[in-house]
Design a protein around this ligand. Sequence first.
Ligand code: APR
Length: 257
Amino acid sequence: MNAGPAVDTVRRQIAQAAAHAGGVAVLTGAGMSAESGIATFRDAMSGLWSRFDPAALASEEGFRADPAQVWRWYAERRDGVRGAQPNAGHRALADFERRHPGVLTVVSQNVDDLHQRAGNAGTIRLHGDILQDAWLAPCPQRRGCGVDQATPGEPPRCADCGNLLRPAVVWFGERLPAQALAAAETAARRCRVLLVVGTSGAVWPAAGLAAIARRAGATVVIVNPHPSEIDDEAHACLRGTAAQLLPRLLASGPDLD
Ligand code: APR
């Protein structure tokens, strides 16, 4: 793990940024939840995803092709999220927000609720919420769909128009929620330090937040045990995990409180 001066330098930069409203922003990816036992996408592709083509599971066409299979895959993932607990990294972010109201903005690519359960209730969700459902299509009868009794292992269907429920997550090829993306870009422009934690930087537009922050003059710091596709946007890459490094970077102490 990358320890010593780089961590201490970043900690001081966070301390200075904590004097300003919106001074610290954090972009998190699947690595943030890895130490809570939730497989990251790229790791899962070697495990869970190796059995499937990602597009067959996390896309509208994949869902329409086999709604029951996709619904079962998400049910499995939902169980995993419900059984997981926030880790020391989530708790460090929530504690920092409690100590410095109005300073921290958490932006997450993750569809779990670990940031929220830890205490960062205002986390900006770029890719949706795996624990919520949404209707696959607008209700054709404009009076709003009603759920028919669901068949176990299959997505619930509207009793009147046959519309299906789907997980309320952003699938490959779908647009991000405009309001969430706009809020994330505002936070990236406003912050003085952007921490990028646990993301491969492989998926846009989330990955573009690092460049937006850097262009606006922020110090960009990556927390990741491995290289990512956006390392070039960072002033510092701290080679360690979320649960190891965030408690050290955000701990209260003489220079931070
Ligand atoms: N702490 C910090 N980083 C970690 C940890 C950890 N404990 N464990 C793994 N990582 C890093 C990996 O090195 C990798 O760079 O987390 C990153 C996870 O990358 P991905 O699996 O690609 O996840 P993410 O970047 O969030 O994917 C972005 O792609 O699949 C879509 O919509 C999905 O939100 C997801 C998006």
